[in-house]
Design a binder for this molecule. Structure first.
Ligand code: BTN
Length: 244
């Protein structure tokens, strides 16, 4: 991952750019598309991704994880989150993975991940892993909930390309574990880094509000929350929200 890094001065979304490139040209696996400025960065559902030009890392990685059974596709999120966790933990404490696809420092979001898989005949043919990581931004203007940057946390600005290379080496390390089938090790580590693991908090699902604690994530990537009657509830993305 990251043998080849393509730098784009400006593009609507690196995920879109990467998808088009892969469709139209011969792109080497592991190629990274990095945008200095993104004009229409996308998040999950209809969300936008705010990032001031030249301040942060907004990029997409192209991989072909065809060794990964489709029912294990959430493993991709795990390895990416773990790479980010390890990279960020060099600079700050309290780095946590907020299920399903965010990285937090304390209660604030420093990174969002948008993975788009191309699936054919039950195989993950290609995966575009979009990452928005706040590095040098001084302040955020959108109504995104609780954004934070590494600069805001440490008071230091960092060289983006250097940071990208370092981050990619961590992601690559975990991705190699996946390629070797080390699912359990990756999964255990992932759960241990979960935001609010084993803490009692209010949650909300289609049944209403309840008090519970996160106890893990299952094989297919569902969040597991245990309630006060010791029932374990399993959720897909957007079926549950975390309350303060
Ligand atoms: C989210 O928090 O909902 C995910 C945000 C993902 C943002 C990144 S920035 C690079 C890549 N290109 C996009 O348009 N989105 C992802």
């Amino acid at each position: 991952i990251g043998q080849s890094i393509i730098i784009l001065e400006q593009t609507p979304s690196t995920n879109n750019y990467a998808t088009d490139q892969v469709r139209e040209n011969e792109v080497k696996e592991g190629t990274v598309f990095l945008a200095v400025a993104q004009t229409a960065g996308r998040g999950h559902l209809a969300n936008k991704w705010e990032s001031a030009a030249g301040k942060n890392l907004t990029f997409s990685i192209y991989i072909r994880p065809n060794f990964l059974p489709i029912e294990k596709s959430y493993m991709l999120s795990k390895v990416v989150c773990l790479g980010l966790e390890r990279y960020l933990s060099r600079f700050v404490d309290q780095v946590r993975i907020k299920w399903p696809n965010d990285v937090y420092v304390g209660d604030r979001k420093i990174c969002g991940i948008l993975i788009e898989n191309g699936i054919m005949r039950g195989e993950i043919l290609q995966s575009i892993i979009g990452i928005g990581l706040n590095i040098n931004q001084e302040k955020f203007v959108s109504d995104a909930p609780n954004p934070v940057s590494l600069f805001q946390l440490t008071g230091e600005t960092r060289d983006l390309e250097e940071q990208l290379k370092e981050l990619l080496s961590h992601i690559d390390l975990f991705y190699q574990k996946l390629a070797k089938g080390e699912y359990e090790e990756v999964s255990d580590l992932f759960v241990s880094k979960l935001y609010r693991l084993n803490e009692w908090h209010w949650f909300k699902d289609d049944q209403g509000k309840y008090f519970g604690k996160i106890i893990g994530v299952n094989e297919i990537g569902q969040l597991l929350v245990e309630d006060e009657s010791k029932n374990v509830r399993a959720y897909h993305f957007k079926e549950v929200s975390y309350l303060i």
